[in-house]
Design a protein around this ligand. Structure first.
Ligand SMILES: Nc1nc2c(c(=O)[nH]1)N[C@H]1C(S)=C(S)[C@@H](COP(=O)(O)O)O[C@H]1N2
Ligand SMILES: [Mo]
Length: 197
């Protein structure tokens, strides 16, 4: 009997190697927002990166759309335990946006329209690991999911992927954002189950 039950266990979803510990797979795309979704027309949208000198690099929507675009397909993992495999996005790599930015600071705070914040180390935004995404599944990103554009940092829990992204503030030291001040982990690696601190 033991052999049979361990055989069944081997086919359970939670042994799927693509599923981080404590997660289950969903095919739907839940909406999780701490407040109402702001309405940002693209002609009023602006993205900024602010450095220690006070320099503020800004991109209008048209300037942002003129940058090289990338199509990426990644699994995403929400701290509330759902994971969604193979989500498809189009957007601008943070590597591209940081090409014109000089900073010695190694940490960032992502700021959203509406006031949401979340902290991400600079190393986790560079090296092909993060995007400012404006398309999901071939269509403009729905407002509920962060449109016109959101941060996409798929290797960290999804609360780090700030919706309605407005800009990045460079920081000398790591500081907690909205959920991190409310008990979420400062880093949020789903493979180490860094859910809460
Ligand atoms: N601006 C903003 N970004 C946010 C949030 C939020 O409340 N406001 N929620 C975060 C959380 S907790 C998760 S799980 C994901 C949810 O993204 P989704 O609604 O597209 O699934 O967005 C993250 N980004
Ligand atoms: Mo979340």
């Amino acid at each position: 009997m033991g052999i049979i039950s361990s055989g069944f266990r081997g086919r359970r979803r939670d042994t799927n190697p693509a599923l981080p510990p404590g997660q289950y797979e969903t095919e739907s795309f839940p909406v999780l927002s701490a407040g109402p979704a702001p309405d940002i027309p693209t002609n009023e949208w602006e993205f900024f990166i602010q450095t220690e000198t006070g320099a503020r690099h800004t991109w209008t929507w048209d300037q942002f759309m003129a940058l090289p675009q990338q199509d990426v397909t990644r699994d995403i993992h929400c701290v509330t335990s759902w994971s969604k495999f193979g989500t498809s996005w189009r957007g601008v790599a943070l590597d591209t946006l940081f090409e014109s930015v000089q900073s010695r600071y190694r940490f960032t705070m992502a700021h959203s329209y509406g006031g949401y914040t979340t902290n991400v180390p600079l190393d986790d935004l560079l090296g092909g690991k993060a995007w400012v995404a404006w398309q999901f599944d071939g269509a403009p990103l729905e407002r509920a999911h962060g449109g016109p554009a959101r941060l996409l940092v798929p290797h960290l829990y999804f609360w780090k992927s700030a919706k309605w992204l407005r800009g990045l503030e460079m920081l000398a030291e790591d500081q907690p954002g909205f959920w991190e001040q409310n008990g979420y982990h400062m880093y949020g690696d789903p493979w180490r189950e860094e859910r809460y601190s």
